[in-house]
Design a binder for this molecule. Sequence first.
Ligand code: SF4
Ligand code: SF4
Ligand code: SF4
Length: 175
Amino acid sequence: MRLAMVIDTKKCVGCSDCVVACQTENDVPIGYCRDWITETVNGTYPNLTLELRSERCNHCDNSPCVRCCPTGASHYGAGGAVIVTKNECIGCGACIESCPYDARYQHPDGYIDKCTFCHHRVSNGLLPACVSVCPTKCMYFGDLDNSHSEVSQLLRNRKYKTLAPEAGTKPQVTT
Ligand code: SF4
Ligand code: SF4
Ligand code: SF4
């Protein structure tokens, strides 16, 4: 199983419902976030387009955050999701420095936190909270090892990109 998220930026309206759902579902402290909205302007004046993206940890296949963690707190979980075991984290912050996507933050309790691909929901057959609330259904989540899954079909049939591919981290989130 290789879990992945596909985000259709043409359908995103930047409402931030995914951000609020994540904060509520995962008890993210006020002032911090596991996901966020990015706005990118493409083209040259007067032919400009605005791309809105819901971003989070990319659950990279080749993650520097896992490699640099001195305690093994950052590791690959089920389906390749990158997870932090909080009671093994010493809060050294090496993983924050190593992440090209700025996807991690230090929780006020000292450990490092980030998107988990909602493994507590996914392991019970539910979709991640952010995916489940999106009013325009612009986020898709599933198994890339299953050729019939929605995410596999989307990547087969549409143009897509990953963020900062030059970092060589092999992200599992595409837009
Ligand atoms: Fe690690 Fe950052 Fe990749 Fe997430 S996005 S797996 S935190 S390197
Ligand atoms: Fe590992 Fe925690 Fe240090 Fe990050 S802060 S590298 S998860 S021990
Ligand atoms: Fe937050 Fe879960 Fe979505 Fe990750 S998958 S951004 S933890 S709601």
